[in-house]
Design a protein around this ligand. Structure first.
Ligand SMILES: NC(=O)c1ccc[n+]([C@@H]2O[C@H](COP(=O)([O-])OP(=O)(O)OC[C@H]3O[C@@H](n4cnc5c(N)ncnc54)[C@H](OP(=O)(O)O)[C@@H]3O)[C@@H](O)[C@H]2O)c1
Length: 218
């Protein structure tokens, strides 16, 4: 795929996803906390080849933007400037986000506050430390799956292709199933193959898989 990928927040999750993106040969831009003057140097050492910029520029110039900041930071970002698809990878996880499961702003709530955004939820369900060890080429036996939640079919398809390019089988569900991916949900923190993930979603909400598009490879 030749889309421009942007990541806001190059901490534990953002840097692991950035490493996978660079390994896949993708065009990567990253932005981080503007209050941290040293982050450009850090980025140059851990993600050589990534373009370091600010959030406003990244939002305006990326086709897919992954939000990997502590959840309360979302409200401070100029999300309305996004030209591309936004991927909410955040959680209400007390240790990093300062908000307990079930109390933070969910992705559907974020979407309700910014209804014109092309918003997809994924990557939040997988521990950052497992991303690099578990990434596999398409078709590899036992390849792990990543649920991709959203209702904008074009946006979901683009993000599903990114998930595939980064080394995981995408399993597409509707935004109404995003809660299954949250820390209190049955998908969160589990290493599942695509058939097993489909079985988990089907057990909890069979209607949420019905009629979902199978993403094209590209
Ligand atoms: N860790 C995981 O395994 C994992 C897995 C899935 C999802 N998540 C979720 O992903 C999100 C990030 O988690 P994390 O573990 O990667 O946290 P983290 O290591 O603390 O990284 C967060 C990054 O966001 C940066 N940041 C803070 N304010 C910012 C701003 N205004 N603009 C741009 N960047 C800003 C931080 O920079 P400074 O440190 O310089 O402030 C830091 O580099 C959380 O919602 C978490 O629940 C985490």
């Amino acid at each position: 795929m030749n889309q421009r990928i942007g990541i806001i927040g190059v901490g534990k999750l953002g840097s692991a996803l950035g490493r996978l993106a660079l390994d896949a040969g993708l065009d990567l831009s990253v932005a981080d906390d503007p209050a941290n003057p040293h982050v450009g140097l850090v980025v140059a050492s851990i993600l050589p080849g990534a373009r370091f910029t600010d959030a406003t520029d990244l939002l305006a110039t990326s086709d897919i933007i992954i939000l990997a900041v502590p959840q309360p930071v979302l409200a401070t970002l100029p999300l309305d400037a996004a030209a591309g698809v936004l991927v909410d990878a955040t959680n209400a996880w007390e240790a990093t986000d300062g908000v307990r499961a079930g109390t933070g702003p969910t992705t559907p709530a974020l979407l309700a506050a910014h209804p014109h955004l092309r918003l997809v939820k994924t990557f939040n369900q997988y521990a950052y430390a497992d991303l690099l060890p578990d990434a596999r080429p398409a078709g590899a036996p036992g390849r792990r799956a990543m649920a991709v939640a959203g209702d904008d079919q074009v946006a979901v398809g683009a993000v599903a292709r990114l998930v595939d390019a980064l080394g995981f089988d995408p399993v597409v569900v509707g935004m109404d199933a995003a809660e299954l991916l949250e820390p209190s949900g049955p998908v969160f923190g589990r290493k599942l193959t695509a058939p097993d993930l489909v079985a988990v979603v089907t057990a909890h909400a069979p209607e949420r898989l019905a009629g979902r598009p199978t993403p094209r490879r590209g």
